[in-house]
Ligand binder design. Structure first.
Ligand code: ADP
Length: 381
């Protein structure tokens, strides 16, 4: 008897505790649901019913009497230019096996104006993988978008405004150097040479900043078309030849004639190769440097490698080498001028084009950069 009664009271106490805990948890969630400025929602896939938190009324101005509790109400309030894409992306996600989803689109407020929102969601699936419900939140990012746009416009304006006078400085100093306005003394020639070099560096820097700003804001896309990659490589090599000759660095390239056309964005591909080649030349000791370029086909697609026998990248720097403005400690001794933007840009461009970039390096022995172009070529985006 004693045992029984103890057993039954012992069984009740944890049940009460559990109930209390459950009540508290629900209250806590209700508070979070009410307190946040983010719109939180739960969508029942089968019934298409949607539960919203208060933010849909307080932040977006909808009246509590309005029937907001359906998927169709939601879809009707997405900007018509974005709706199809959002619907497509969401159904692709739900049909697949992914757990999370993210999208940005314009959502209509009660006063008829649109705001930019960032929507993030997770799906709950049953054992067979069929989606049951979607729980998510969306946040008004209009201000952030406006600031991003203003920053991009500012960078683009400043860069364009800088380019024109810089190009003029370069042109006139080259003309002076070339003796077009009379013979110059040796020291004059030398000083003018510095002006020309500095203006070229500035033009490159401004161009890089402009490209990076376009890449970061998603305005520089990838448009691959079938192209003779061997020809692009030959062209890039001839462009950097004067720099290599000046430094006494040799460049070896034996085209694989069995490769005809590969689908690449030739601007991206050309810029990547150009940057890798100039780095290979710049970070190699004068008169002993050798650079080898190879473009081959394998079972994963195509592989470009640019190998040098230069200074190498210290192990401590290898993690950071693709970071913006990063330069390894051994770089400035050999090459005073550098911005640390080239590899960052390469990485952004190749990501846009669905390609990978990586390297092998040993200090004092050299570095090889690799670029993987997938089987079907670069990705459009
Ligand atoms: P920059 O060359 O203008 O400094 P990059 O982004 O092109 O900028 O390169 C970043 C850094 O990576 C360089 O400063 C240098 O430390 C290192 N690096 C890049 N390529 C090589 C190379 N081929 N050999 C050795 N170090 C390299």
């Amino acid at each position: 008897m004693m045992t029984n009664s103890r057993a039954s009271s012992g069984g009740q106490a944890p049940a009460e505790d559990l109930e209390k805990q459950l009540r508290e948890t629900i209250q806590r969630y209700q508070l979070v649901f009410r307190a946040t400025n983010e719109v939180l929602y739960e969508l029942n896939i089968e019934t298409e019913a949607v539960i919203w938190n208060d933010a849909i009324f307080t932040q977006y101005g909808y009246d509590r009497t309005e029937n907001v509790a359906t998927l169709s109400w939601w879809a009707q309030h997405i900007h018509p230019d974005d709706a199809l894409q959002v619907e497509y992306d969401m159904s692709e996600w739900l049909l697949g096996d992914g757990e999370t989803w993210q999208s940005e689109y314009r959502f209509r407020k009660a006063d008829g104006t649109y705001v930019d929102v960032r929507d993030r969601a997770v799906v709950q699936r049953d054992k067979s993988g069929t989606p049951i419900s979607v729980i998510g939140s969306f946040l008004d990012i209009t201000r952030q978008k406006q600031l991003d746009r203003a920053k991009d416009e500012f960078i683009s304006l400043v860069s364009h405004q800088l380019r024109t006078p810089l190009t003029a400085i370069r042109l006139y100093s080259e003309m002076l150097e070339g003796g077009m306005f009379g013979k110059l003394s040796e020291p004059q020639q030398e000083q003018l040479g510095h002006i020309t070099d500095a203006s070229i560096r500035l033009i490159d820097l401004v161009g890089n900043i402009l490209d990076i700003s376009k890449l970061e804001s998603g305005h520089m896309g990838s448009n691959p078309v079938p192209a003779r990659v061997n020809k692009i490589l030959e062209l890039c090599i001839s462009e950097v030849k004067p720099l290599a000759d000046q430094k006494g660095v040799t460049i070896e390239y034996a085209p694989d004639e069995s490769i005809d056309k590969v689908s690449v964005d030739s601007v991206i591909f050309g810029q990547v190769v150009h940057n890798l080649l100039t780095n290979a030349i710049r970070y190699t000791e004068p008169y002993s440097g050798h650079v080898e370029v190879v473009f081959t086909r394998d079972d994963q697609g195509y592989l470009l490698s640019v190998k040098d026998n230069g200074i190498g990248i210290p192990a401590s720097a290898q993690q950071s080498i693709f970071n913006r403005f990063y330069r390894a400690s051994n770089a400035s001794g050999l090459e005073e001028h550098g911005t640390g933007l080239g590899l960052y840009m390469i990485k952004l461009m190749l990501e846009t084009a669905g390609c990978d970039v990586w390297f092998d390096s040993a200090i004092g022995e050299g570095t090889t950069f690799y670029v993987r172009v997938p089987k079907g070529g670069m990705k459009a985006g």
